[in-house]
Design a protein around this ligand. Structure first.
Ligand SMILES: Nc1ncnc2c1ncn2[C@@H]1O[C@H](COP(=O)(O)OP(=O)(O)O)[C@@H](O)[C@H]1O
Ligand SMILES: N[C@@H](CCC(=O)OP(=O)(O)O)C(=O)O
Length: 374
């Protein structure tokens, strides 16, 4: 069965390789061109051997720091976006030059959440990616940082890479960071052991996760584990290792942490709702509504809601929670948190009388069942 062990990476036809800012920057937080060239050499060699690579590269913000006279990742979004605006072009210039040394051409692909979640847009993005690969051009993907907003953005490229690997039907996802593997505890904690292989959530029960290890990284190990869950849950195995190990990892050598595929291909929109979207609030469901959406695969109606928490707008992602605090699903809500309270518990007939329609609160097409404790 393909993808069961890390050795299968050597023969994988299409891989998505994600490299984090931490692997592309020096101690001063700025772009490390030697590191970028070393990675480009390995990926160009893989392509020259007849295999396809889609590179998801962070580093736009890091590349913008030097020209802007900054040393650490800006805290506010607008400045980070300005740094990304300055840095993305420089990053691509570096890659273009580095890959050209090996005769490999590259193309920039900047994506937003909407590009990969709306069917028409994602088909368009996919067509471009496929065409680039057909033309023997290595796509270099990043989030379109300059226009993404807080509410609707991936924010970290780990989950973006997982979704890109799903969209492009990659055979494997390789996550490269500054740490050579997943450990039982963050670096620096005494006694931390490398985890060789993860076959399901039970293998992660004892793992302690810390934040980003560098001044420029985002998310740390948590977003890598989210990414691994997204990819493996849709049938794509994941290798997590350091950029220094990329050649060995792509050859299937015993490095890093291997996450075996656990599920089968999913609907992209549900995948995003379940894993990547950031919820803005919660609605609390009575037991009948929980059963209706999980077992009955129904839409969520106002009649089954007992409470509203947080502030959200029409179209935001909300968590659907049972009365005992279990997050049973996530979905795109059709009412704002201000509109909803007077409607709770009301039947469809009562709603039609009162507000002239009985629109579902979360339509089943916009709902992903998850089930985990909050
Ligand atoms: N259990 C763990 N095992 C390995 N690394 C961990 C763990 N918990 C936290 N980390 C940290 O996660 C960091 C990688 O995340 P990040 O800095 O966001 O990297 P990148 O820029 O590559 O995305 C590592 O450098 C490490 O310090
Ligand atoms: N899109 C941002 C990267 C955000 C990000 O995920 O960074 P990292 O955690 O280093 O992979 C950039 O290019 O700077």
């Amino acid at each position: 069965m393909p993808g069961v062990t890390r050795e299968t990476l050597a023969d994988a036809h299409r891989v998505v390789v994600k490299v984090g800012s931490s692997s592309l920057t020096g101690d001063d937080g700025r772009l490390d061109v030697d590191a970028l060239r070393a990675l480009s050499d390995v990926l160009a060699a893989r392509r020259a051997a007849g295999r396809q690579v889609v590179l998801v590269s962070s580093g736009a913000i890091a590349a913008g720091l030097g020209p802007l006279g900054m040393t650490g990742r800006p805290r506010d979004l607008a400045t980070a976006q300005a740094a990304a605006s300055v840095g993305q072009g420089l990053l691509m210039a570096r890659y273009t030059e580095a890959f050209a040394r090996r005769g490999q051409r590259v193309g920039q692909v900047l994506l937003t959440v909407e590009d990969v979640m709306r069917r028409a847009q994602y088909r368009n993005a996919l067509r471009t990616l496929d065409r680039l690969l057909d033309l023997d051009i290595m796509p270099i993907v990043n989030e379109n940082d300059t226009t993404a907003t807080h509410e609707i953005r991936f924010g970290d490229n780990d989950r973006l890479a997982a979704i890109v690997s799903h969209l492009t039907r990659a055979d494997a996802l390789v996550l490269l960071s500054d740490v050579d593997a997943l450990y039982t505890a963050p670096p620096g904690v005494a006694g931390a052991r490398r985890i060789d292989r993860v076959t399901g959530p039970q293998d992660l029960a004892e793992v302690r996760i810390g934040g980003a290890g560098s001044r420029v990284g985002t998310g740390g190990m948590a977003t890598k584990l989210d990414a691994a869950a997204i990819a493996t849950g849709s049938g794509i195995p994941v290798m997590l290792t350091s950029a220094a190990n990329v050649a060995e990892a792509l050859d299937g050598a015993p490095v890093g942490t291997w996450f075996a595929a656990t599920g089968s291909r999913k609907n992209a929109r549900r995948l995003w709702l379940a894993h990547a979207a950031r919820p803005n609030g919660r609605v609390v469901l009575d037991d009948g509504a929980v059963r209706a959406i999980t077992v009955g695969k129904k839409s969520l109606l106002a009649a089954g809601i007992t409470g509203v928490e947080g502030e959200f707008d029409v179209g935001d992602v909300v968590e659907l929670v049972s009365t005992d605090g279990l997050v049973v699903a996530r979905g795109l809500v059709a009412y704002s948190s201000a509109e909803l309270p007077p409607l709770l518990g009301k039947s469809s007939a009562a709603l039609r009388d009162e507000i002239g329609h009985d629109r579902e609160v979360v339509h089943r097409d916009h709902l992903a069942v998850v089930r985990h404790r909050r």
